[in-house]
Design a protein around this ligand. Structure first.
Ligand SMILES: CCC1=C(C)/C(=C/C2=NC(=C\c3[nH]c(/C=C4\NC(=O)[C@H](C)[C@H]4CC)c(C)c3CCC(=O)O)/C(CCC(=O)O)=C2C)NC1=O
Length: 169
């Protein structure tokens, strides 16, 4: 598992080089955004269960067929599994936000996920939509906590949805 700093060190160590201008710039931007990242994590933590619940309601409101007979989130067990997945995405996205790096998502969340989803007929499109809804709610929450530029919040959520949406070659 890597963060912005350890990933930079790894790359420069492999090449046996001191930090150059690019490295210094990316370190500066990581540390400059540090307070906002921590504020975002605190804002998410203050209402994580609420965010997941709200995102689920909005998703099922938009795509009610998911919770009707024949839908993948139909039955209490599968409904709960769906919300639990959303909770995983939120928690790991928060780790990635603080780390300033998406490596934790690759290692802990995305490995083998598409195969699992395919084998259980969990639909990818609606999952992607659910993650995007979650992202929008998180950004509102983070903005309400006083962070003026919330664009950095996009990265982990978009990373997950990009990876999930990738087509097999
Ligand atoms: C921490 C990393 C991690 C992830 C991400 C994870 C996902 C994950 N989601 C699963 C199931 C599931 N995932 C969903 C999710 C959904 N169905 C829908 O229609 C919606 C679109 C969507 C919610 C947004 C459902 C319904 C199941 C149960 C499917 C079944 O058992 O038939 C399963 C199969 C095993 C199980 O049910 O627990 C895994 C492994 N597990 C992990 O350990």
């Amino acid at each position: 598992m890597r963060d912005a700093v350890t990933s930079l060190i790894k790359n420069y160590d492999v090449a046996g080089r001191y930090f150059d201008r690019n490295a210094i710039d990316s370190l500066k931007s990581y540390f400059d955004s540090g307070t906002a990242r921590v504020q975002a994590a605190a804002a998410i933590n203050s209402n994580a269960a609420g965010l997941v619940k709200q995102a689920g309601l909005k998703l099922f409101d938009e795509l009610p067929e998911l919770i009707r007979p024949g839908g993948n989130a139909y039955t209490t067990r599968r409904y709960a599994a769906c919300l639990r997945d959303m909770d995983y995405y939120l928690r790991y996205a928060t780790y990635a936000l603080v780390a300033g790096n998406t490596n934790v998502l690759d290692e802990r969340v995305l490995q083998g996920l598409r195969e699992t989803y395919n084998s259980l007929a969990v639909p990818i499109g609606p999952t992607v939509r659910g993650i995007q809804i979650l992202k929008e709610l998180v950004k509102e929450q983070v903005a309400a906590a006083g962070v003026s530029n919330t664009s950095f919040v996009d990265e982990p959520f978009d990373h997950i949805t990009r990876d999930l949406s990738e087509q097999d070659i």
